[in-house]
Design a protein around this ligand. Structure first.
Ligand code: C2E
Ligand code: MG
Ligand code: MG
Ligand code: MG
Length: 288
């Protein structure tokens, strides 16, 4: 009887595992076809300069909308795309689309694009980036690429060579999710970063957790010492914004100032700079 039960349980798991493998295969298949099926799009989230209160750029965040699956978050599909090699065409698509979009703006705002480790290990990455800038007509100084620390650990020398080429093009480089990876401090010195993005996990705790506040202050001090502007990601409340203003953070980004959305909803910023409702939010908090 026990034996019988054991066998049934085993069969159950086997069937379940088979289904999981099939689901995953199907997901990979759909992901490979996402570009040709026109299922990817870019959401944009504003980045503001704290002192001037103005929008200075947008971060492009990829979205996958599949008719059967609905909208899938990049946190789910980017790691899979990296595993199956689909990140190269997807990364190319994102860069081209973001550069084309930014080149069409009437205002010279910057666009920040996330680049994964796999893309950086492609020896022709910088060459392709150069080509994309030429084709889209976007001046290099208006593009920034965001790289997480985990992207740096795999093949240091190759990544460093690529980043130096990127930098030589005039494209800026930001260290994303700062504080969550390994050996942050030596990376800051070894790689040609232009900007530090403090991870959201520290920002959301500045008022509940003394250590998080201390870490944010330390990163701001580090940025100042190294001459690197610091941007805080994931700012959700007035209190967090005020803390960052008081501590002389340079730039902010987060739901408080705008959720990632289709670029059309930011036309006021991309097509004229006369009126900036978001700047008002920042000023109000600064003035109490
Ligand atoms: P990230 O680059 O650190 O992007 C910030 C993430 O935080 C975004 O999630 C954004 O929507 C979210 N966020 C922004 N402000 C707030 C806030 O105030 N509160 C909260 N709770 N969240 C906020 P998203 O769009 O889901 O992207 C997740 C991650 O996926 C990104 O983290 C990035 O690492 C990766 N990713 C997104 N687009 C791309 C892409 O085009 N290429 C690559 N390689 N990775 C991408
Ligand atoms: Mg990012
Ligand atoms: Mg980030
Ligand atoms: Mg993050």
């Amino acid at each position: 009887r026990a034996k019988e039960e054991g066998r049934n349980t085993y069969r159950f798991f086997e069937a379940k595992m088979g289904a999981e493998v099939r689901d995953r295969r199907q997901l990979e298949h759909d992901l490979r076809l996402a570009i040709s099926r026109d299922e990817l799009w870019l959401a944009y989230q504003p980045q503001l300069d704290i002192r001037s209160s103005k929008v200075v750029g947008f971060e492009a965040l990829v979205r996958w909308r599949n008719p059967a699956r609905g909208e899938i978050a990049p946190g789910v599909f980017i790691p899979i795309a990296e595993e199956i090699g689909a990140i190269l065409p997807i990364g190319d698509w994102v860069l081209t689309e973001a550069c084309r979009e930014a080149a069409s703006w009437k205002t010279p705002l910057k666009v920040a694009v996330n680049v994964s480790a796999v893309q950086l290990h492609n020896p022709s990455f910088a060459q392709q980036l150069h080509q994309t800038l030429i084709e889209t007509g976007l001046p290099a100084k208006r593009l920034e690429i965001e790289i997480t620390e985990t992207a740096l650990v795999r093949d240091l020398n190759r990544t460093l060579a690529t980043l130096r080429q990127v930098k030589a093009l005039g494209v800026e480089i930001a260290m994303d999710d700062f504080g969550t990876g390994y050996s942050s401090l030596s990376n800051l010195r070894a790689f040609p970063f232009d900007r530090i993005k403090i991870d959201r996990s520290f920002i959301k705790q500045v008022h509940s957790n003394q250590q998080a506040a201390t870490i944010v202050r330390a990163v701001l001090g580090l940025g100042k010492g190294l001459g690197l502007p610091v941007i805080a990601e994931g700012v959700e409340t007035n209190e967090e914004l005020r803390f960052l203003q008081e501590e002389s953070c340079d730039e902010v980004q987060g739901y408080l100032l705008g959720r990632p959305a289709a670029i059309g909803s930011f036309r006021q910023y991309t097509h004229s700079d006369t009126d900036q409702p978001l700047a008002e939010t920042v000023r109000k908090v600064a003035n109490g």
